[in-house]
Write a protein that binds this ligand. Sequence first.
Ligand SMILES: CC(C)(COP(=O)(O)OP(=O)(O)OC[C@H]1O[C@@H](n2cnc3c(N)ncnc32)[C@H](O)[C@@H]1OP(=O)(O)O)[C@@H](O)C(=O)NCCC(=O)NCCS
Length: 165
Amino acid sequence: MDVRAAAEAEIQHLSKVWHDGWHDAHAQIVPAELTSLRSLESFAERLQAALSHVRVSGPFGAPTGLCIVKNDELYQLYVSTQSRGTGVAAALIADAEATLAQRGVEIAWLACAIGNARAARFYEKHGWQRTGIISVNSETPQGTFPLDVWRYQKSLTLRASGLSL
Ligand SMILES: CC(C)(COP(=O)(O)OP(=O)(O)OC[C@H]1O[C@@H](n2cnc3c(N)ncnc32)[C@H](O)[C@@H]1OP(=O)(O)O)[C@@H](O)C(=O)NCCC(=O)NCCS
């Protein structure tokens, strides 16, 4: 399954994938105030700002999933409803881990909303370990929103050497 850079012309479509996936996974488990800030426009703005770091799967013009890596963090991973359970997310996370490893990141980390059980199962299946609860500053159009999350990490050095945790 190919993973490629996103194109500017795909921002609208990707905003919908991100918006719908965010609300599916988070609307019931995060504060209502944060949910009210997660508009389609807010995702479009964040995609525009991060465009050079956005990786996607699926056909040009209609990508099925997106992933963003920031510094040593697997920052965002969203797959359309129809593409969940198909291996698209696995291809995106493998691409993200390869990017991080190529940058020399030895321990990558990610934040997962507390109670996002499907995502947690997915990360654990792919070798990520939950290390505890931390507070992160979630980006919103009104500034940052503090949120307690599950922190996951993965040793990419071990992965590269063929050993498993
Ligand atoms: C998280 C996400 C990228 C994972 O991709 P996916 O294609 O759904 O992942 P998979 O189907 O390969 O793996 C999900 C696992 O969770 C399991 N699962 C499904 N629903 C579940 C639930 N409610 N509770 C626990 N596990 C669940 C699946 O059975 C599967 O495990 P299995 O392979 O052992 O059967 C995708 O679900 C998604 O985009 N979700 C919405 C956005 C999101 O939560 N993003 C992550 C933000 S941190």
